[in-house]
Design a protein around this ligand. Structure first.
Ligand code: FBP
Length: 258
């Protein structure tokens, strides 16, 4: 767990993700959050342990970012619909030069291109560790042979793969219930597990409950984007998320005292 310690408070951690402009396109954005400066401000003031972005945002908005940068060094658009592959688009040394404190990489297990991504990740992981940087693996089952990308056995497989491939933390999707998620956390061994946020829930309380379930299932934290920066009041919502994830409070109590 050593390399991830700097991103933790109380043994837990909250990471704000803002790489959706590439991954999904600007359809995720509104008038406010289309502006990187708006989301960076949430990362700075909302109690986040790291900010996820691609190299372009880190380069162009560097002076605004006050939290550690977890830089994604691969990515893809949502345009191509077949088995996914995301190739490296930034070197580890350039990420470090831009001030990255950790490296992020996505592998789609089950894709016909998983081998390419695993090989690329292997090299990136070694380069990052040589520079003392932690490596967080976004690990998502996806492709023609993956019938259900959040099936518990698939998510546990992803978590275990992250451990065996040498990641310092695994970012996985929620399985839908606490029991199966706790098995995925077990499968990840000693590496911290982060839940990926997903589409914004209609009711913010539902997301707080899901966050609470993940933490009680043994997850270290959340790496979340849309549920925070699409919120009507992102700073207030971040405060509540901090209470649940970092302080371990029950969502109901958090809401009552809000
Ligand atoms: P969200 O909380 O907005 O889902 O962000 C988490 C994340 O992992 C982002 O880092 C990434 O852009 C996105 O989800 C990828 O999601 P998917 O590949 O499932 O569309």
């Amino acid at each position: 767990m050593g390399r991830m310690n700097r991103f933790m408070r109380n043994g837990h951690s909250l990471i704000l993700a803002y790489d959706q402009g590439l991954e999904h396109g600007p359809t995720d954005f509104n008038e406010k959050n289309v502006d990187p400066a708006y989301v960076i401000d949430i990362a700075n003031r909302g109690g986040f342990d790291a900010f996820v972005c691609q190299k372009g945002i880190a380069e162009k908005y560097h002076e605004l970012i006050d939290v550690p940068i977890l830089m994604k060094v691969n990515g893809k658009t949502a345009i191509y619909g077949r088995d996914p592959v995301a190739r490296q688009n930034c070197s580890v040394s350039y990420a470090e030069k831009l001030g990255a404190s950790a490296i992020g990489y996505t592998i789609y297990i089950g894709s016909q291109f998983e081998g390419e991504m695993m090989a690329e990740f292997g090299r990136i992981q070694e380069e990052a560790h040589d520079l003392g940087l932690a490596v967080v693996l976004w690990i998502y089952p996806r492709g023609e042979y993956v019938k259900n990308d959040t099936a518990p056995e698939m998510i546990a497989y992803a978590a275990r793969s992250a451990l065996e491939l040498g990641a310092d933390a695994a970012k996985i999707k929620y399985t839908g219930d606490r029991k199966s998620f706790s098995w995925a956390v077990r499968a990840a061994g000693s590496i911290p597990v982060y839940m990926a946020g997903g589409k914004k829930t209609k009711d913010e309380t539902d997301f707080l409950r899901q966050a609470h379930d993940c933490i009680s299932a043994g997850a270290t934290g959340l790496a979340v984007g849309r549920n925070v920066w699409q919120s009507e009041d992102p700073l207030e919502f971040s405060k509540r998320l901090n209470s649940v994830v970092i302080e371990g409070r029950e969502p109901e109590t958090v809401l009552k005292t809000a």
